[in-house]
Design a protein around this ligand. Structure first.
Ligand code: MN3
Length: 388
């Protein structure tokens, strides 16, 4: 049967990353539902060119301006606008035909374009958790003011969102699952010696380098706890992290009558990406199904906060509030980048976060400009600590 549903017009920020490429796979599999209006990338110009040729967006933007001429020349035979720079990304998301902006860029860089997209009234499919970590209060207030939905793409938050379908009753507790990463069973002595290659081998999920390192340190789960607080309005003391190494239960919600609702599925990011883009509908896929007889066991354990201190820092930061989560995020971005360049060890990352949280200026009620200044100051402090 022919359907005449209006296609959703999508802008993908960070189209060459792990989430971006999987989102394009979802779009490729559902051409009757979606059209790509804009694609943006940081620096992977060759892949961006290939994507632009395949999906024929109105606009492509490369953040790193050094690649502008290459991009422009490669697409000169096509009716595609080619822009460069961070300002162009922030402006590009405001274009009138866009329905949904998928924010899949890495780290703090997601904040500004997300603010622009919300102000322009675009639905946000949020894959950039750092936006809510850094400025959750500002972003949720802005989304409320502009009546813009924030649809979670992160698998845990998609799970919680799905558990809440049709529910009106208050949430007693969020049970946020964590794989535990590649270092779950390592001792402190072993953790001193692990390398980036060890950290980049995630047992279940195939993700970008930043989030894979954050998973190994459990910083990712700390950030996801904050993301859950802002998305679902549940305070941190009622968000419990459960280590669930099989990554089949993607998270759960406990209600006041003692019921627990869970969402399950194989670990495949295409599912939460697709759900955010097709919500409230579910669309048939050929993704692998859960085979419970093959799985046999699902296990749950307490996270080890002495080994994975970053998770404890996240609770501390969100508890004290203000710009402290922004400080933590900036320090972590610097620490992860330096770990990936073999400049610091795995456990030293936590030291950098702890010290930066002590040294950076605290602001109790930050404005957007305060976040910008906090990010700059915290990066400088973190870098000085690493160079000592
Ligand atoms: Mn996740």
């Amino acid at each position: 049967m022919e359907t005449d549903i209006k296609k959703r017009s999508i802008a993908i920020l960070g189209s060459t990353g792990s989430i971006g490429t999987q989102a394009l796979e979802v779009v490729r599999n559902n051409p009757e539902r979606f059209e790509i209006y804009a694609l943006t990338a940081n620096c992977q110009v060759d892949l961006l060119i290939a994507q632009a040729i395949e999906f024929q967006p109105e606009v492509v933007v490369i953040a790193d301006e050094r690649h502008y001429e290459t991009l422009k020349a490669a697409l000169s035979h096509l009716p595609i606008k080619v822009w460069a720079g961070a300002d162009a990304i922030a402006q590009g998301v405001e274009s009138e035909p866009i329905d949904v902006v998928l924010t899949a860029l890495v780290g703090y860089s997601g904040l500004r374009p997300t603010i622009h997209a919300i102000k322009a009234g675009k639905a946000i499919a949020l894959a950039n958790k750092e936006t809510l970590v850094v400025a959750g209060e500002l972003i949720t207030a802005l989304a409320f003011e502009h009546k813009v939905p924030i649809l979670p793409v992160d698998s845990e938050h998609s799970a919680i969102f799905q558990c809440l379908n049709g529910e009106r009753s208050p949430i007693e507790k969020i049970l946020l699952t964590a794989s535990g990463g590649p270092f779950r069973l390592k001792s402190m002595d072993e953790l001193k010696k692990v390398t980036k290659n060890d950290a980049l081998k995630h047992p279940n999920w195939n993700m970008g380098a930043k989030v894979t390192i954050d998973s190994a340190s459990m910083m990712n789960k700390g950030f996801e706890m904050m993301e859950a607080k802002w998305l679902f309005g549940v305070p941190p003391e009622r968000i419990q992290v459960l280590v669930h190494p099989q990554s089949i239960v993607h998270s759960m919600v406990q209600f006041e009558d003692s019921s627990v609702i869970a969402q399950l599925g194989m670990p495949d990011m295409r599912l939460p990406i697709q759900y955010a883009l097709t919500y409230p509908e579910r669309v048939k896929t050929d993704f692998e199904r859960v085979d419970f007889f093959q799985l046999n066991t699902l296990t749950f354990e307490q996270p080890d906060l002495e080994k994975f201190r970053n998770l404890a820092f996240a609770y501390e930061a969100v508890g004290k509030g203000g710009n402290l989560p922004c400080i933590l995020n900036a320090a972590n971005e610097v620490a992860v980048a330096n770990f990936l360049q073999d400049k610091i060890g795995f456990l030293e990352m936590s030291h950098v976060l702890e010290q930066t949280m002590c040294k950076a200026s605290f602001v109790a009620n930050p404005t957007y400009q305060d976040y910008v200044e906090t990010d700059t100051e915290s990066r400088r402090i973190a870098l000085e600590l690493i160079r000592l």
